[in-house]
Design a protein around this ligand. Structure first.
Ligand code: HEM
Length: 504
């Protein structure tokens, strides 16, 4: 290479670095000064994100500040600004742009998702309305999946499973049953590929953002060729989607209808003519559901495994009473499982998905609650762990996991549903906030309650190696997921009360 070319390349890299690291907000910044300080702090954020965040929250007295991350500058703002997000209509504080950028959707999925989000409409309308009609299938698939994964070998009483991976498999299988039916949901290749897709979108999004826009398509090609992407699951889905489209042409309806049927109802003609585009919508919804459901479910089970026999019987009794009074799994019996609902909400409170979250892009200069103006083009985010875990005025004893925390509040405050797992608010942002709050939360709640109630009724769950404490989450950068290597000991409970509600 000629020296001029090397110099020009270095100059270009320096210009990009300066542009990416130059603090145009006028806000204080955590970590070292100048572009080199930025880069070193961003590198530190991979392993010490919480430390940097705490540094910013303490040093700048709760005022907004810039946190250097591997994906650029993040403006961290305090909970007093949640109201701005709750009431925003995307004209100034914008969610789709933030998510498109965060997950690099045009590369990891395609550029149609943000301008044409009909899959979101499907979840918000048809799927939410049909949630209770999916219950019998979800119960059947859950019980089958558990019977397969949790049957001890002959002569043994228990099985030991890596819990998070097992939950990923369950949630992929169960959501795919509702998505497209029994054939695909029991196709192990498809489940593996769709889980891989769901797992790779976030890291690919982060890596792609290191590069300028022109380099992103070849980098995505390289990453997906090496570690997998959308191609393999789409290939498996295609024949099934084409068959369903052909059946519908002939007027053949299926009962029960699937989420794919709802997608076909809403899809524009060009996506019907090109089922690969339709398959991408399926993957987008899989991405939204598989990882999140298994994450919350795994944390909840880890905590259930540390409860006393007395506490577990308390939850089990409520489940059995609910099933007996309603004649099995129905919308009404699930709604009577308040201690389970409370366990899920407490698991969500105790284990926020990330140290910072609820990202929003500012498309116009924005005045925060304290009068600070942030220029357009920046992304703001909130310190979730501080909101959920650190403030005793919001949650008394925030450092304690109390499975009955929210069911007790519901007993005291019967008049409204603000303490339910699916309730969205400024004190608990698992499902986001405002007009983009997760529309799939009612389906997710149904799936999780079916899963956990079946687990509690038919199995004993303990942590492997006699552990009594919930395994420490795996932390990378801002994200917190259940400990991947932690295992659970699952022992069937034959002949127990509640057996009649099982298909074991
Ligand atoms: C425990 C499970 C789940 C969690 C924790 C979760 C969490 C979230 C969060 C945080 C958002 C962004 C909200 C915001 O920015 O304000 C979101 C959006 C979304 N979720 Fe979920 N989700 C879950 C399950 C599901 C399921 C099962 C589906 C569909 C089957 C789904 C579909 C969606 C869709 C379509 C959006 C985009 C909404 C929009 O942009 O308007 N989610 N979810």
């Amino acid at each position: 290479m000629y020296p001029e070319t090397i110099l020009a390349t270095l100059a270009l890299i320096t210009a990009i670095l300066f542009y990416r690291t130059h603090n145009q907000t006028g806000l204080p910044r955590v970590g070292g000064k100048g572009p080199i300080g930025f880069i070193l702090t961003a590198l530190r954020s991979i392993t010490s994100y919480e430390e940097l965040l705490n540094e910013g929250l303490q040093n700048f007295g709760g005022k907004p500040f810039v946190l250097p991350t591997m994906t650029g500058q993040l403006v961290v703002v305090g909970p007093e600004n949640l109201e701005l997000v709750r009431t925003s209509d995307d004209s100034v504080i914008n969610q789709p742009i933030a998510l498109d950028e965060l997950f690099q959707v045009p590369h990891t999925m395609n550029s149609r998702q943000m301008p044409l989000p009909y899959h979101t409409t499907v979840v918000r309308t048809d799927l939410t309305r049909a949630t209770s009609s999916f219950i019998p299938e979800i119960v059947e698939e859950t019980q089958l999946a558990m019977a397969e994964a949790f049957s001890p070998k002959s002569g043994e009483k228990s099985v030991i499973v890596p819990l998070f991976n097992t939950m990923l498999h369950f949630s992929a299988r169960i959501v795919t049953r509702a998505m497209i039916g029994t054939t695909v949901c029991r196709n192990e290749d498809y489940l593996r590929e769709s889980i891989r897709f769901a797992k790779t979108v976030v890291p690919y999004g982060q890596i792609l953002r290191w590069f300028s826009k022109v380099f992103r398509p070849p980098i995505y090609f390289l990453l997906s060729s090496l570690f997998g992407g959308s191609k393999a699951p789409i290939k498996t889905l295609l024949p099934h989607l084409k068959r369903r489209l052909a059946e519908r042409e002939e007027g053949i309806e299926r009962n029960p209808r699937t989420i794919c049927d709802f997608l076909i109802d809403h899809a524009p003609s060009e996506e019907i003519a090109n089922p690969e585009l339709l398959a991408m919508r399926v993957l987008n919804l899989n991405f939204g559901s598989i990882h999140s459901i298994s994450r919350v479910g795994t944390f909840a089970i880890f905590h259930l495994a540390t409860l006393s026999a007395f506490e577990l019987d308390d939850i089990r009794k409520e489940i059995i009473d609910a099933l007996e009074s309603e004649g099995g799994f129905t919308k009404f019996s699930l709604s009577k499982m308040r201690k389970l609902d409370s366990t899920l909400r407490e698991a969500a409170r105790f284990h926020p998905p990330a140290f910072t979250g609820l990202p929003r892009s500012l498309v116009k200069p924005t005045t925060l609650a304290d009068g600070t103006v942030i220029p357009a083009g920046h992304t703001i985010a909130f310190p979730l762990k501080h909101i959920h875990n650190n403030d005793p005025t919001v949650y008394p004893n925030p450092e304690k996991f109390e499975y009955f925390r929210f069911s007790k509040l519901r007993e005291e405050d019967e008049s409204n549903g603000k303490h339910q797992f699916t309730t969205v608010g400024k004190d608990l942002t698992l499902f986001g906030l405002g007009r983009h709050a997760c529309p799939g939360r009612f389906f997710a709640s149904m799936e999780l309650k079916v899963l956990l109630s079946n687990l509690l009724l038919h199995y004993e769950v303990n942590l492997a190696d006699g552990a009594k404490e919930v395994p420490q989450p795996t932390v990378l950068s801002s994200n917190m997921v259940p400990n991947r290597s932690a295992r659970a000991v699952i022992t069937p409970r034959p002949g127990q009360a509640g057996q009649k509600f099982g298909a074991l």
